[in-house]
Ligand binder design. Structure first.
Ligand code: SAH
Ligand code: SF4
Ligand code: F3S
Length: 484
């Protein structure tokens, strides 16, 4: 069996693969070093990330490898020597954005033939996308997928050495390459992927096809990573997985997400632990108790409901009914009073009637979510729902989307208004984008609070009094003895 077959089957030893990629990183560093000596500056890279936090975390890994290879990050895209698009295909809009931006790079490549353009991420796991890019976007030099992100140094080396286009997309992998470098954007909060892939096959969703089956990292490597983050000064970690509730099941040794939370809760320097996403069908009592009992685990659950009608939920393959979801929310709130619950909702799933949609509105009114990400159903080729003849017309989707948004925005605002005049503890993240004297932090319930502050407060937990509320954020004043 050759290396590639071994790797795809997950037989190859992870450490060996990391060592192999390190060799390629060294080779590229040599090449870049020459450039640096000749030009007195480093080559620059620019990564454009689309999609979810998983992709953001993958981009941090790419950034880590690039730094190791002697690149520096460009401030503006057009001055860079290497541009990477880390793509998403969860909805059509995400894909068309990538194609638009990719088309825009042609002129840049014409002006500067040495520019290297790489595309990776979820879109590349669809063979027809790769074919389309090869044919219609010939200025692309490297194409790779989610399963072989770690082979990026090898692919980059091949392009540098041969000048030829390199396409390498694996259709699966049993391996998780640990110990590759990573460079995080933020200094206070860090993302930590705990599991890859998804086994749920919700009938509308492309993710299981482009991210493969569930693979959990070992508890040991996650604990080590979080410990290290604590030592580096990080205060908050967000554990990532498409369905973190099933973390550990594939390890077959009794590992569970709840157990992981109890372990991480012991790590001293870390103040806050968040996680996303939870699938309602897998949210165990054990996990509810862990959230309740671990003081560092934030009192916020992102619990996508997707739809309110039991008929639609069944056709979505979500494996719970409207009543089961409402019961679950009750159980969570009884055990953890004050916990914030947020959600994802799709309107216009094939066959959704007005009556079905009213069920969605009913769930929204009954649960009173703190906030919701709302989406219009988007047909994804290859998923079962895309083949259905009873697609909902665009204008009906739009109309339902707007009605839903109106109800949810009112509720979000009403919930925020309850905080007016109260004091809350927030972890200070950094200055706001628009005003350097305004700082931003979040409550344990994940509400954004803006207040007048200073850089010294970054990474600290402070108390603020809420004196103004909006639908999506709060404004507050720092309390005198604010620092905890
Ligand atoms: N694994 C997570 C999130 C996956 S994608 C979960 O199960 O919740 C994020 C959100 O995108 C989903 O929760 C869903 O609401 C939305 N989504 C996924 N596929 C979609 C599609 N084809 N059309 C519209 N929204 C979609
Ligand atoms: Fe997609 Fe469902 Fe998996 Fe979430 S749980 S990634 S919505 S298939
Ligand atoms: Fe998009 Fe892939 Fe995430 S499809 S939502 S980037 S897992």
């Amino acid at each position: 069996m050759n290396r590639d077959t071994q790797l795809r089957k997950g037989i190859y030893v992870e450490a060996e693969e990391t060592a192999r990629q390190r060799q390629f990183m060294n080779e590229v560093r040599e090449i870049n070093h020459q450039y640096e000596t000749e030009h007195g500056k480093k080559k620059l890279y620019y990564i454009q990330t689309y999609g979810c936090q998983m992709n953001e975390n993958d981009s941090e890994r790419l950034a880590g490898m690039l730094t190791e290879m002697g690149f520096a990050e460009a401030r503006v895209r057009d001055e860079s020597h290497l541009i990477i698009f880390n793509t998403c295909c969860v909805r059509e809009h995400a894909e068309s954005k990538v194609y638009g931006h990719l088309g825009g790079l042609k002129k840049l490549k014409d002006e500067n033939p040495d520019l290297i353009i790489a595309v990776c991420g979820c879109m590349m796991q669809q063979p027809e996308v790769v074919e389309h890019i090869k044919k219609s976007y010939r200025h692309v030099d490297i194409i790779f997928g989610t399963h072989n992100l770690h082979t990026f140094p090898e692919l980059l080396y091949r392009v540098l050495a041969t000048g030829k286009t390199v396409v390498d997309v694996w259709d699966s992998t049993g391996m998780i390459a640990e110990d590759l470098p990573i460079e995080r954007k933020d200094g206070v909060k860090a993302w930590v992927t705990v599991m890859y892939g998804c086994n749920n096959f919700c009938s509308y969703c492309i993710v299981p096809y482009v991210r493969g089956r569930e693979r959990s990292r070992s508890m040991e490597s996650i604990i080590n990573e979080v410990r290290m983050l604590g030592q580096q000064g990080y205060k908050e970690v967000t554990l990532l997985g498409q369905n973190v509730n099933s973390y550990g099941k594939d390890l077959n040794d009794g590992t569970s997400f709840a157990k992981l939370l109890y372990e991480l809760n012991k790590i001293e320097q870390i103040e806050r632990i968040r996680f996303t996403t939870s699938h309602p069908k897998d949210l165990s009592d054990e996990l509810i108790y862990a959230i309740r009992d671990c003081n560092k685990v934030c009192k916020h659950l992102h619990l996508p409901v997707q739809a309110g009608s039991t008929k639609v939920l069944k056709e979505m393959n979500r494996k719970y009914t409207k009543e089961q979801y409402l019961d679950l929310v009750d159980r969570i709130r009884k055990n953890i009073p004050g916990i914030a619950i947020t959600t994802d909702i799709i309107v216009g799933f094939p066959g959704e009637t007005e009556e079905d949609f009213l069920d969605t509105l009913d769930v929204v009114e009954k649960v009173r979510f703190d906030s919701a990400f709302t989406f219009m159903y988007s047909k994804r080729t290859g998923t079962p729902a895309a083949k259905r003849p009873d697609q909902v017309p665009e204008e009906v989707k739009k109309e339902r989307f707007e009605r839903l948004l109106e109800v949810q925005n009112r509720i979000s605002r009403e919930i925020n208004e309850l905080l007016l005049g109260t004091t809350v503890e927030i972890l200070v993240e950094g200055p706001s984008k628009n005003d350097i004297n305004t700082f931003t932090g979040r409550t344990t319930t994940n509400k954004i609070v803006n207040f007048k502050g200073n850089r010294e407060l970054m990474g600290k937990i402070v108390t603020v009094r809420i004196d103004k509320v909006q639908t999506f954020s709060l404004e507050g004043t720092l309390e005198e003895t604010a620092e905890k």
